[in-house]
Design a protein around this ligand. Structure first.
Ligand code: SF4
Ligand code: SF4
Length: 324
């Protein structure tokens, strides 16, 4: 069972390296840099102490490609687990078969990226990468992991393959989840239009695919006529979640790449309590469109998608189809 956070911070995404062994066309990060950096034991130890002190229940180890940091990743996951966190690993899978499959049991959940049919995945991530995802999946399944999730980042280039990937996950008896691409749009690759995104979320509702997007809550609302908007939910950026880059910059969300401070010179608890940017993200009534929307308590739009449009994270979510 997930423990209660004493600080209100429930999820910390930790980019342990900015290096990556792929060059995916839809990546939100700039991981091509020859000066890419990785965390070391000292950085992880600082993060572990914050996780313990703030009683953060969930930590995601991500990158770049986190397995490029080597076998230390498993030790770091154990250290985080020892202070009470459930640890998720997100990976492109290429290096997974290098490590014994039972080592991955240290993670509560392993999220493997898959972005369409074999042709689409290879076009987006590089030739031969689909076959290596299948290899990684088989390897992870042998380890008897608690939870394996196939995660698809959906955009204009692969939205037509939702059913293919969802059926594949069912066949493989693993979970299927989607998240939306939030830019930057380049060439023929663009974020879904509001109409396309609505269709993708209706697909998730019908096919029981997971999606943590804030707008998913509005779809559930429509499918449950007696649903009462009583709880709070939606975008967690700066409200229940933060991210830390390999260079120790603190972000409201891995996709909202607008740093609010740096752990070399600032304290995570202080930032969490006093950052002016986080205060703005917590005041949804001030968001363009969302402020007057009936769904504001459970949605609030994706702040990273709004930021991608014109650099204003308080702006309108371009994926929102609700009239305002
Ligand atoms: S206006 Fe904002 S809160 Fe309302 S549905 Fe759209 S994104 Fe969600
Ligand atoms: S900014 Fe977007 S991706 Fe980040 S938590 Fe909010 S909805 Fe999710």
């Amino acid at each position: 069972m997930t423990r209660e956070s004493s600080s209100g911070l429930y999820l910390l995404a930790v980019e342990i390296t900015s290096r990556c062994n792929l060059r995916c066309r839809h990546c939100y990060g700039d991981f091509y840099d020859k000066d890419a950096i990785s965390m070391d034991d000292a950085a992880i130890s600082t993060i572990v102490s914050f996780v313990e002190r703030m009683r953060i229940p969930n930590v995601t180890l991500t990158g770049g490609e986190p397995l490029l940091a080597g076998s230390r990743v498993f030790r770091w996951a154990r250290e985080l687990q020892d202070v009470g966190a459930a640890v998720t690993l997100t990976t492109n899978g290429l290096l997974a078969p290098k490590y014994p499959s039972n080592w991955f049991r240290v993670f509560s959940r392993v999220q493997l990226s898959i972005d369409g049919t074999r042709e689409e995945h290879d076009r987006l991530r590089g030739s031969g990468t689909y076959a290596r995802v299948l290899e990684a999946l088989e390897h992870l399944k042998r380890g008897g992991l608690r939870q394996i999730v196939l995660m698809m980042t959906v955009h204009s280039g692969n939205v037509s393959s939702l059913l293919d990937v969802s059926s594949f996950a069912t066949e493989q008896k693993v979970e299927f989840a989607i998240e939306r691409y939030t830019g930057p749009s380049t060439g023929d690759l663009r974020m879904l239009t509001a109409e396309e995104f609505h269709g993708a979320l209706e697909f998730c509702q019908t096919h029981k695919a997971h999606c943590l997007d804030p707008l998913m809550e509005t779809v559930r609302h429509r499918h449950l006529p007696d649903f009462q908007i009583r709880h709070r939910g939606g975008c967690t950026a700066g409200i229940a979640a933060l991210a830390i880059t390999a260079g120790l910059d603190v972000l409201p969300c891995v996709r909202l790449r607008s740093p609010i401070g740096n752990l070399d010179v600032e304290d995570l608890e202080d930032l969490w309590e006093h950052s002016p940017a986080l205060k703005r993200l917590r005041n949804r009534r001030s968001f363009e469109s969302c402020g007057s929307c009936v769904h504001v308590a459970v949605c609030g739009g994706c702040r990273a998608a709004a930021f991608a449009v014109d650099g204003d994270f308080l702006g309108r979510d371009p994926g929102c189809w609700w009239p305002q």
